[in-house]
Design a protein around this ligand. Structure first.
Ligand SMILES: Cc1cc2nc3c(=O)[nH]c(=O)nc-3n(C[C@H](O)[C@H](O)[C@H](O)COP(=O)(O)OP(=O)(O)OC[C@H]3O[C@@H](n4cnc5c(N)ncnc54)[C@H](O)[C@@H]3O)c2cc1C
Length: 384
């Protein structure tokens, strides 16, 4: 087993790390406070080429492996979870999905502007009545000539309030269950498209989340992504990769919180000594550091196996489940170490605590990860 990053991976991590220290961390409080989309960070990420990170060079991207994507997501999350969320939805959930499933014409039409950051992307699966049970979605698409007419509402869509392009899932054959779902590439200017309210959230406030509303929305038939009634293939095709990318988000935030807690503990004096000298504080720091490293390795391991072309359904869910659990424990301990100062918004720990809860829901909740793990284990025993 190899634990060394390649020189390219190290260089990428280093570049993003410097960008995060210099630009992302200083902007994070304002992004949270104003619930403001991180425009400057978005532009800078485009300039760094991050939006084409997983797209092959011949299609205008960097062509990096999944572990590299994980390293980038980790660094961005260390500085600002809202910026990381924006990156994930735009670059991975939308742009990479368009690349993996799009035909030549679709790739030519959409990828250049997405990679350049001229257009903002989103993925729209969830609906008011269908969350974890995503395949029970109700949005309908009916063929009419060379168009599909879509009716329905999507809920909780990251980048939704301002996205230019979204990958939308709808039922084309409502009686066929999961085999009657189709993916569509939707543009915000299509007739019948509108955005509902932007949702006020506990955390990741700079990553706008909202509703997309389709009222007799006209989508050209050429915008079917993949094949009609095979939307499930589009959805499943990248799901394990996406889970791995999102498994590192809580670890990036945790590392940011840990760094602050460690520094604070060495500076804060009580009872005549820095609180880092108290063994109960040391215990918390030791637990945090160990759990962060264990969760990080699970993500890196899952990404490495995926890069080797292995099936990683189980490993992706191990990483996502453990990462989310560790994340909640770490921000809780970091808050404890900062005492009352951890509870006020002048210190970033308060923001990280709130952000962490929102991160847990993406790419499948904790309960859904446990269900997947159990199902895979049972399958491995030759069960259902
Ligand atoms: C900040 C944020 C950003 C998001 N971004 C997007 C996006 O860009 N695109 C998109 O399509 N969606 C997005 N989502 C939606 C997200 O994927 C859903 O919130 C998630 O799938 C859970 O669905 P739900 O909220 O409806 O909860 P529900 O599915 O209603 O679940 C409620 C509770 O029941 C539990 N539960 C559900 N089923 C089971 C079961 N079988 N066994 C045990 N427990 C169960 C869940 O774990 C949860 O604790 C986002 C959500 C948030 C909060």
């Amino acid at each position: 087993m190899e634990f060394e990053l390649t020189s390219e991976q190290k260089m990428l991590k280093d570049t993003v790390s410097k960008f995060v220290d210099k630009e992302v961390i200083p902007r994070a409080p304002e992004i949270d406070e104003d619930g403001k989309f991180p425009v400057e960070n978005f532009k800078a990420m485009a300039e760094l080429g991050l939006f084409g990170i997983s797209i092959p060079e011949e299609h205008g991207g960097i062509g990096a492996d999944l572990l590299s994507v994980v390293l980038v997501m980790e660094e961005l999350s260390r500085g600002c979870a809202s910026t990381a969320n924006t990156f994930g939805s735009h670059a991975i959930l939308c742009t990479e999905t368009l690349f993996r499933n799009g035909n030549d014409k679709q790739r030519e039409k959409y990828l250049p502007d997405m990679i350049a950051g001229k257009k903002i992307g989103a993925i729209a699966i969830t609906e008011p009545e269908s969350g974890s049970d995503a395949l029970s979605l109700r949005t309908k698409a009916v063929k009419k000539g060379d168009k599909y007419i879509l009716n329905g509402t999507k809920m909780f869509i990251t980048n939704g309030p301002l996205c230019d392009v979204s990958v939308v899932y709808a039922k084309t054959d409502p009686d066929a269950g999961p085999k009657g779902i189709t993916a569509f590439i939707v543009e915000k200017d299509f007739p019948g498209y509108s955005t509902g309210k932007t949702l006020k959230k506990m955390g990741v406030r700079g990553s706008p989340t909202g509703e997309l509303i389709f009222e007799d929305m006209e989508v050209p038939a050429e915008n079917v992504l993949g094949n009609v009634n095979e939307g499930i293939k589009v959805l499943m095709n990248g799901l394990d990769r996406e889970r791995i990318v999102y498994s590192i988000t809580p670890i990036g935030v945790s590392q940011g919180a840990f760094d602050i807690a460690l520094k604070y503990a060495s500076e804060r004096v009580q009872f005549g000594t820095a609180i880092i000298n108290f063994q109960m504080i040391q215990e918390m720091l030791a637990d945090m550091a160990t759990e962060i490293q264990a969760a990080r390795l699970l993500s890196y391991w899952a990404a490495t196996l995926a890069d080797q072309g292995k099936r990683v359904r189980l490993e992706a869910s191990y990483a996502k489940l453990f990462g989310s659990q560790v994340g909640m424990r770490v921000v809780d301990k970091a808050t404890q170490i900062l005492g009352g100062y951890g509870f006020i918004s002048e210190f970033p720990i308060e923001r990280m605590y709130r952000d962490m809860k929102g991160i847990e829901f993406g790419a499948g909740t904790t309960q859904i990860q446990k269900l997947i793990i159990a199902r895979e284990l049972i399958k491995g025993m030759g069960g259902a």
